[in-house]
Design a protein around this ligand. Sequence first.
Ligand SMILES: [Zn+2]
Length: 193
Amino acid sequence: MGQLVLPGERLGVIEEFIPDAGTYVRDGVIYSKVIGRVLIDLVRRRVEVHQLIGPSKVPSLGATVMAQVSNTQTDSAGARIFEIGEEEINGVFTGILHVSDVAMRYVDSMYDICKVGDVIRARVVSDKNRTYHLSTKDKNLGVVYAFCSNCGTLLEVKKQGMHCSKCGRIEKRKIASDYGKGLLPSRKETDES
Ligand SMILES: [Zn+2]
């Protein structure tokens, strides 16, 4: 089975492949419509995403989740939850991270915490009305992968802040203690819709 992809993840361009099940095309680029495994048929030049099926897990109170930041405002951020506990999930749930829940210290702006495209680890602190409020108030919670908002390169932790080795940009994040230690996901593409 192919690589795991999220909805909105870039799979290729229409010059390379014919888009098949589980995909959609925007501006000539093929994206995944579902969470699943990529199947590429090189003979027929088709790309499809085989949707992951199984028991649908729902984020529950207290659960640790992995999510990708999909939007940010000064006082909050939205993130798509793609993993609950250690389990990849079927459904796509949106979590909300409020600026008062990001750190023990006072935080002025969400833009110093995370940016669109970042992958975060967070805890579900409320699931009322199926709205999943997240918190990153712990050492092991926060951003685990951050990408340069200028060029998209994975940022490295340096004394001055989060450093882009490609364009030299310095950014701020609230990172988890194991930032950048796991496998690098190819999850830079985001779906703005
Ligand atoms: Zn950069």
